[in-house]
Ligand binder design. Structure first.
Ligand code: HEM
Length: 547
């Protein structure tokens, strides 16, 4: 989620971090807020004989007592999931290691149980730490909402992401699935190969010197998603690409839960620089995407679906012919571009992040890379890889799954919210409470995985080297589960597998060697997702190695 979230993604006043939003920034911002509040509370020299010197400390003490009585009631009377004692204003933020959020949450689960709660700022958030509980919650009807956050709704109010009405959400989902299917059956494979070939040429240009692949992979993932969504791809330096980067990064900052407009609600109603910046970014995005939409309308040819915009124009025309006003209501140009942009935003960062992990693991685990290449040579040979090859490359598929499990790039998924007052594992969860799944704990659970701290694609294969049935891994859900599970799962999987096949057919990836070479670490950086720390690799042509 979230570019979105990091998807975008997307989340609230309080406390959901958007995809890609650094957790470190989040905690720092809370400290800043706190220092502002404490400064604001400094008594300004009280007049002689005033009661202020006694009253203010007394009020503070009473507030603190009331705060802890409320917390005691929540745990012992309301029976919300147990959790660590919090501090007023900042909640449990100080107990979370910003550099190892996944470990902090897992430690808390060991202490308070697989369903625990904590406070982020003033909001109580419930964290689910085992596969069965996540399935119970996410596969049922009571946790299908997303938390409500002003700035997220500001950007996606016309789309499925912020939709809280069951009926409308169902229509949105049907439309989105339609858009995805249309793209999967058109030229997805060709688009992936085109990106892979450009990337190989780009890597060639480094002539075997060490380099950081982050920017190149960013462009590749943006191009894949933009091409699927709007039928356009870019070269480094294109003006339109800069505009996209510009408004996307402003939107990313804007959807942060600690953005001033989320923290101080009256800012949402009066003109101020923060609201102006949000409006400006939204206008730039909408103007560009509405232009793309109009261009598509003018050049649309019945029966030829070039991308998601065409797919939804077709549904729109079909609905017009059938007089289906119910569907048309959610197919205005603004609905169409908002939904497609959300998918673009959600997919770009996750693909980027997944590719970064794949390249890192290939460099650090050369034996795995060798096995992947041996399979590609045997099955594909010199032919250009295509979408259908996914079925015949079990070792590469297993490596993809192991990459998702081991890196746990989607650490907490996208936050859910309770639709109504409900219960989970005997605990009371009030309506609107945010719920997070700790996928790191699930992917590294020693009771379900054999030696989870080892990177071993073979765990997904049977004795004949074929992919095991995914039913053997009911605890593995890298794309989450239930009605809000990842919509781009197939594109994500095919995208990474086809790109990896193209790259590893032609290239060897290694860690830099020699004096002063920077060695990569497998430790992640905690954004909302888990992202590899900056690293360098060395890439050489396989054919040049053979000759
Ligand atoms: C390896 C790549 C990917 C992984 C690991 C991944 C994982 C996830 C996860 C864990 C969620 C949260 C689901 C939940 O809230 O329960 C999610 C949501 C989502 N993902 Fe992905 N994702 C990937 C790629 C993509 C791509 C390529 C796209 C778009 C083409 C995409 C679009 C979305 C959307 C739109 C949502 C929000 C769905 C909703 O709110 O109903 N994802 N993804």
């Amino acid at each position: 989620m979230d570019s979105a979230s990091q998807l975008l993604l997307l989340h609230p006043t309080s406390v959901i971090l958007p995809y890609g939003h650094s957790f470190e920034n989040f905690t720092l911002n809370l400290y800043d807020m706190l220092s502002i509040k404490t400064t604001a509370l400094q008594p300004v020299s009280a007049p002689h004989g005033s009661m202020a010197p006694i009253l203010i400390p007394l009020m503070i003490v009473v507030s603190i007592i009331v705060y802890y009585c409320q917390e005691w009631m929540e745990f012992n009377v309301d029976k919300v999931p147990l959790g660590p004692t919090s501090l007023p204003f900042i909640g449990n933020v100080l107990q979370l290691k910003s550099k190892a959020l996944h470990l902090s949450l897992t430690d808390m689960a060991a202490k308070f149980g697989n369903v625990f709660s904590m406070k982020l700022g003033r909001q109580r958030v419930v964290v689910l730490n085992d596969a069965q509980t996540v399935k119970t919650a996410y596969n049922g009807p009571n946790f299908t909402n997303r938390p409500s956050v002003f700035s997220i709704e500001f950007f996606v109010s016309k789309g499925f992401m912020a939709c809280q009405k069951k009926h409308d959400f169902r229509i949105h989902t049907k439309l989105m699935k339609h858009a995805f299917q249309a793209v999967t059956y058109t030229s997805l494979g060709d688009k992936l190969v085109e990106e892979a070939m450009d990337l190989i040429n780009q890597f060639d240009s480094y002539n075997g010197d060490a380099f950081n692949p982050r920017e190149d992979l960013n462009l590749v993932s943006l191009n894949i998603l933009h091409n699927i969504a709007f039928g356009k791809r870019y070269q480094k330096g294109d003006t339109e690409l800069h505009e996209i980067f510009d408004y996307s990064s402003r939107i990313m900052k804007g959807v942060s839960p600690v953005h001033p407009v989320n923290l101080i609600p009256w800012l949402q109603r009066y003109p101020n620089p923060w609201m102006k910046d949000l409006s400006d970014a939204r206008d730039k995005r909408d103007n560009m995407l509405l232009r793309f939409y109009e261009e598509h309308k003018e050049t649309y040819v019945e029966g030829e679906i070039r991308d998601m915009v065409d797919a939804l124009i077709k549904v729109e025309q079909d609905a017009e012919e059938a007089g289906d006003m119910e569907t048309l209501r959610l197919l205005s140009p603004l609905h169409i571009i908002t939904n497609i942009w959300t998918i673009f935003f959600a997919g770009t960062d996750t693909i980027h992040n997944a590719l970064l992990w794949v390249l890192l693991y290939m460099a650090v685990f050369p034996e795995v890379q060798r096995k992947v290449q041996e399979e590609i040579d045997r099955v594909i040979g010199d032919r250009t890889p295509c979408l259908e090859d996914e079925q015949t490359l079990p070792y590469l598929c297993a490596t993809f799954y192991e990459t998702l499990r081991f890196s746990c790039l989607s650490l907490l998924g996208v936050p859910h919210a309770a639709v109504c007052d409900t219960t989970l594992n005997g605990y009371h969860i009030p309506a609107g409470t945010q719920v997070l799944a700790n996928f790191w704990a699930i992917n590294h659970d020693e009771t379900t995985w054999d030696n989870p701290s080892e990177f071993r694609p073979e765990r997904f294969l049977n004795d004949n080297g074929q992919l095991r049935n995914m039913k053997d891994f009911p605890h593995f859900m890298p794309f989450s589960t239930g009605r809000r599970a990842c919509l781009g799962k197939n594109i994500g999987k095919s995208g990474i597998i086809v790109l990896s096949a193209c790259l590893l057919q032609k290239l060897n990836i290694a860690v830099p060697t020699g004096e002063g070479a920077k060695q990569p670490t497998l430790e992640p950086e905690v954004h909302f997702d888990l992202v590899p720390k900056q690293y360098d690799i060395v890439v050489t042509r396989r054919d040049s190695m053979r000759s």
